[in-house]
Design a protein around this ligand. Structure first.
Ligand code: ZN
Length: 404
């Protein structure tokens, strides 16, 4: 992969195809960047006439905004290839809980560093990282990414001291927010309190929702292996009564669904659930390769799109995936749903992820956008650039990043 740092001076980038994500593909296009931002976008022939500065021809690539990994847990990177795909969600949770106690801090830290290098090679520019130890935070601060760090809360009894959830330092490349882990591991009042806090701060809130059939069995009927697990861990309140609703309908009843709620997974959803999500403009985040690893199924992407939802993509952690590649997630979804219009996969991998994470300066190429760009190898052919990219090897050939 070729890397080009972009400094304060104007540079004109030329590529045979530019995919701005907010407007149609540009053939033989050019982008002018300076001071870390995109200034102009247009045809190469037109922009070169008035441009005075360095011209960089990127070769046979499609130029896109850097990708968005809208859901991962960097602190779990040490578990790559250490957990067995058992086909049972709860068995996987149990082995993760057990293995977490066996890992040395230095080893876990080294794995986060390697994970960040991998994300860079894979063309990711914006990361949503979920953590409950703070292990990845220092490394994220030093890394050249934009990120949202979600502090994860797990507390089904709900006796956490809510006032402790204070906002992190302002500014820079990291946004700090909160993430109730899931409807079956955080008490209803605590989910509401966390949403109230993020709503007031105009921050995204991320929550795992409708991932496994076991989650539905627990919320709908109060039964199944998740109930047993909560009992064993002393986390089931006495006199607990199941809400008797699907995970999505339950979150609606709690009043926590809106355009700043990122619902991660949404594999176990009905048509009615999709209507609820669309009505509240909630943001689905799909992690297909993790879902395949855990054997829970796949989110119904075509139905989501026809409901008007704008899903984004995440890899989830290396405890349930072997890669942190957003392009590999695109490949998995395309293989399952070849009928989906090709450009939607790239919107999911860029613009819709940035929007869900509240970053209006990333995920597209246009005046004002951050100069965080990638060039994907563009196979020759007569079909649309979207189709050529989807069918090609999806390799990041060029990475351009702002140094100012
Ligand atoms: Zn997750």
């Amino acid at each position: 992969m070729q890397e080009y740092p972009l400094g304060p001076k104007p540079v004109l980038l030329r590529a045979p195809v530019i995919l701005p994500m907010v407007s149609p593909p540009l053939i033989d296009g050019a982008v002018v960047v300076s001071g870390g931002r995109v200034r102009e976008l247009g045809s190469f022939r037109h922009l070169r006439r008035t441009f005075r500065g360095k011209i960089l021809d990127l070769g046979e690539v499609a130029l896109l905004p850097a990708l968005v990994n809208a859901h991962t847990h960097l602190e779990l990177s040490v578990f790559r290839f250490r957990l067995t795909p058992s086909g049972s969600f709860v068995s996987w949770v149990r082995s993760l809980l057990r293995k977490r106690t066996e890992v040395a801090l230095s080893e876990a830290r080294r794995a986060v560093k390697e994970a960040l290098q991998e994300l860079w090679q894979e063309g990711v520019g914006l990361i949503a990282d979920i953590g409950n130890t703070g292990l990845s935070l220092g490394l994220l601060r030093e890394a050249p990414f934009y990120s949202v760090y979600f502090r994860e809360i797990i507390d089904f009894k709900g006796d956490s001291r809510i006032q402790e959830f204070v906002r992190g330092p302002e500014g820079g490349r990291i946004t700090y927010s909160l993430s109730p882990h899931a409807p079956y591991t955080v008490s209803p009042v605590l989910i509401q309190a966390l949403k109230s806090w993020t709503r007031r701060a105009k921050l995204p809130l991320s929550i795992h929702v409708a991932e496994s059939p076991e989650e539905c069995a627990f919320l709908e009927r109060g039964q199944g292996p998740l109930r047993t697990l909560l009992e064993e861990r002393g986390q089931l309140p006495s006199g607990f009564e199941a809400p008797g609703l699907s995970p999505v309908a339950y979150l609606q009843r709690l009043g926590v669904l809106d355009e700043r709620t990122i619902c991660v997974h949404l594999v176990q959803v009905s048509r009615r659930d999709l209507e609820i999500l669309a009505r509240h403009q909630a943001r689905p985040c799909l992690c297909p390769r993790s879902n395949i690893f855990l054997g829970v199924g796949l989110a119904p992407l075509p139905q989501m799109l026809s409901s008007g939802l704008k899903p984004c993509l995440g890899t989830d952690s290396l405890a349930s995936n072997d890669r942190l590649s957003v392009l590999a997630e695109v490949e998995a979804l395309y293989a399952a749903y070849p009928e989906v219009p090709p450009e939607k996969f790239f919107l999911m991998a860029t613009l819709w992820g940035a929007e869900a994470l509240g970053r209006r300066d990333l995920g597209f190429i246009g005046p004002g956008a951050r100069a965080e760009l990638i060039g994907l190898g563009l196979p020759p052919g007569r079909s649309s650039p979207w189709e050529r990219l989807l069918e090609g090897p999806k390799k990041v050939e060029v990475r351009l990043y702002a140094t100012v």
